[in-house]
Design a protein. Structure first.
Length: 72
């Protein structure tokens, strides 16, 4: 069972990939087949059930496009 749920504001994302680089469980990737309106690849999760709810991705995001809902 996942310990967190991630929500992305895809249209605000500028594709810096910091969330992908710093995810400790390495479940994030840039979807090369999907772009937002600004032309950046959106971020997807390989396995949402492996999210540990640490919020590192949200903390690293300079544009605050990631919201983390933590489950107890």
């Amino acid at each position: 069972m996942p310990k967190g749920k991630l929500t992305f504001e895809y249209e605000k994302c500028k594709g810096c990939m910091l969330c992908v680089a710093f995810c400790p469980v390495k479940i994030m990737y840039a979807d090369k087949g999907t772009l937002n309106r600004s032309g950046y690849n959106i971020i997807r999760l390989t396995d949402p059930d492996k999210c540990i709810g640490c919020a590192t991705c949200a903390l690293m995001c300079p544009d605050s496009v990631i919201t983390v809902e933590v489950y107890n």
